[in-house]
Design a protein around this ligand. Sequence first.
Ligand SMILES: Nc1ncnc2c1ncn2[C@@H]1O[C@H](COP(=O)(O)OP(=O)(O)OP(=O)(O)O)[C@@H](O)[C@H]1O
Ligand SMILES: [Mg+2]
Length: 317
Amino acid sequence: MISVRNLTKRYVNKAAVDNISFDVEDGDIVGLLGPNGAGKTTTMRILTCFMPATEGTATVAGHDVFNDSLSVRQKTGYLPENVPLYLDMRVKEYLYFRARLKKIPRRDRKQKMGECLELCGITDVQNQIIGTLSKGYKQRVGLADALIHDPEILILDEPTIGLDPNQIRQIRKVIKDLGKKHTILLSTHILPEVEMVCNKVIIINKGKIVAMDTPANLMNQLKSVRNVVLEVKGDGKKIEESLSRVEGISSVVWREKGEVNEFIVEAVEGKDLREDIFKCIVKDNYILREMKRKAITLEEIFHQITTTETEEIQKNA
Ligand SMILES: Nc1ncnc2c1ncn2[C@@H]1O[C@H](COP(=O)(O)OP(=O)(O)OP(=O)(O)O)[C@@H](O)[C@H]1O
Ligand SMILES: [Mg+2]
């Protein structure tokens, strides 16, 4: 569906995107994950024909983004980083206008609009002036705009940015539902978002791809995600001993926290030991008050991925 080969975008003194290659298959929901300035928007702008690449090629739905941009635009819906809307127009008017621009036949326009309004949860505000909508609702109008011509592929640049937690949940659900019919490439800098929504993740940093995998595999590779944090009531020393005997645990760190004990348990690679840990605690009649996987930030991911890479390079040298 999307095929990117050795794509580079160079500005005067630096490469915003540096020799990246990846594929998005039919029906995939792929997350482009990276910190500010990683090159996410640049990549998307090239794929949606808003900007030419300096080097390399990209095809979208079989069409070259440089030579056949009209076909690419017809088959993609794009939600840009800052949604450009006509603030003086009413939602309904705007979408109708966009439908006309996108050459949707007159007889289909009303129905298509109704579907998009419903899907994006903006039917109730269809008569409101866009300028008076909240940020989240403007974002939804942008999404409806991207969808109106029923494109095969959706390219969504940070679709949940600036939304409140409720709206984030709703938009993620909308995206997951859209994923059943469309192929989606979205960008984000929120790791849990990728875990919740995508079946493949591409991590990009300073214009380069640093990892590409399923979210589950990626999480497993990351050392600190394998850490489980526990709060257990009982004799700390004994609990520590019991936990250390669980097969697959590589280290247990014990900290007293008032009445309860906190443990940080690390598993060997590829193991999810939460069930074994639970059984171990229950078997010895201790009281488990909390068990959670250690949260990981994007910074930690980059640190881990880049240090592993450096270690490997050093090993192979
Ligand atoms: N027109 C331009 N001229 C010079 N440099 C640019 C231009 N557009 C983008 N850049 C640079 O290219 C790099 C990548 O920018 P890009 O907008 O693609 O990042 P991003 O991953 O989308 O970041 P964010 O999460 O902040 O949206 C940045 O360092 C940015 O400053
Ligand atoms: Mg961006």
